[in-house]
Write a protein that binds this ligand. Structure first.
Ligand code: ADP
Length: 266
C-alpha cells in the first residue's frame, strides 16, 4: 500500500548468515508530519502577539509625555501578554497530551467536583455578562480517568460556551449516567457552528470565525485539547449545533464501573 513506509536494514553477520531487519515506519512518519505542522503553526501563532507587544512597547515609549496614551497602550500590552501566556500554556498542555503517558493520575473520578471546578472558573466571566451558568444531573456518577485532565477538557467547553454566547443567555452543564459511559454535556444558546465546519473545529488552531475568536482571546487550541483528553480516556466527543440556535458538546467517558478501558501507552 502506498501509505506504508517500511525501513529495511541488512547486515552480514557471518559468511553464512544475513540479518534482515524490517521496521514499519508508517506511524513514526505520521507523527513526524504532525509535529512539523504543529511547529509551523506555533511559530505563526506566537509571532502575532509578540509582534503586537513589541509595537505597543515602542508606542508607549514614544508617548511617554502623554499619561492617558501610556495608560491605554500599557493596558493593551497587559491583555496581549495575558493572551500570549494562555497560548503558551495551551501549547504546553497539548504537547504533553501528544506524548506517551499523558494520563498521569488515573482512577475512579467523581464527576461532581470536576463539573464544579470547571464551572467555578468561568463564573466571574459569565456573571459579568449576565450569563446564567447552571448544572444538572447525576453529580455522583463516577468515570475512570484523570481528574485534572477532565477538568481541563470541561473547562475548555464551558469557556467556549460562555465566549460564543450572547449576554443574558444561559449555559448549562448536564451529567447523565449511562450503562458503561457517563455523558457530560455543555449546552449553550450561542452563535452556533456552521455544519460545514463542525468536523474542522477540533483541528489545532482552527477557528470558525477568526475575528470573534480574537475578540474572546481564543487560542484555537481548546477543542484539540478536549479531543485528545477524551480520546486518551477511551471516550468520544460529539457535537450538535445549529447556527443561531446554540451548540451542545457531549463528552462520553467510560464509567468507573465499566472496568479499565484506557490503553497504557508505551
Ligand atoms: P478558540 O480558542 O478559538 O475558542 P477552540 O479550539 O476552543 O478555539 O474552538 C475552535 C472554534 O470552534 C472556535 O474558534 C469557534 O469558532 C468554534 N466554537 C467552539 N465552541 C463553540 C461554541 N460553543 N459555540 C460556537 N462556536 C464554537
Amino acid at each position: 500500500r502506498g501509505d506504508v513506509l517500511v525501513q529495511v536494514r541488512v547486515a552480514q553477520v557471518d559468511p553464512r548468515h544475513v540479518l534482515v531487519l524490517v521496521e514499519d515506519r508508517t506511524e513514526a512518519r505520521r507523527l513526524e508530519a504532525i509535529r512539523r505542522d504543529f511547529v509551523v503553526n506555533i511559530s505563526h501563532e506566537l509571532k502575532t502577539p509578540v509582534g503586537a507587544l513589541s509595537l505597543l512597547a515602542e508606542t508607549v515609549q514614544a508617548a511617554a509625555d502623554d499619561p492617558e496614551a501610556v495608560r491605554k497602550f500599557s493596558a493593551r500590552m497587559q491583555s496581549e501578554a495575558t493572551r500570549l501566556g494562555d497560548l503558551v500554556h495551551e501549547i504546553i498542555e497539548l504537547s504533553r497530551l501528544q506524548v506517551a503517558g499523558a494520563l498521569r493520575e488515573v482512577g475512579a473520578v467523581e464527576v461532581g467536583p470536576v463539573v464544579a471546578e470547571a464551572v467555578d472558573r468561568a463564573r466571574t466571566r459569565a456573571g459579568a455578562r449576565q450569563i446564567r451558568l447552571t448544572t444538572a444531573g447525576d453529580m455522583s456518577a463516577q468515570v475512570y480517568g484523570d481528574h485534572s485532565l477532565l477538568v481541563t477538557a470541561l473547562r475548555n467547553l464551558v469557556d467556549n460556551a460562555v465566549n460564543y454566547s450572547p449576554d443574558s443567555s444561559g449555559v448549562s452543564v448536564g451529567v447523565r449516567q449511562g450503562q458503561d459511559f457517563v455523558e457530560i454535556s455543555v449546552v449553550d444558546q450561542g452563535v452556533g457552528i456552521d455544519p460545514a465546519v463542525q468536523d474542522r473545529i477540533f483541528e489545532r488552531f482552527y477557528r470558525a470565525d477568526p475575528a470573534r475568536s480574537r475578540e474572546t482571546g481564543g487560542t484555537g487550541l481548546g477543542l484539540s485539547i478536549v479531543k485528545h483528553v477524551v480520546a486518551d480516556h477511551g471516550g468520544e466527543i460529539s457535537i450538535w449545533s445549529e447556527p443561531g440556535q446554540g451548540s451542545t458538546f457531549t463528552m462520553k467517558i467510560p464509567a468507573a464501573a465499566a472496568g479499565h478501558p484506557i490503553e497504557e501507552k508505551a
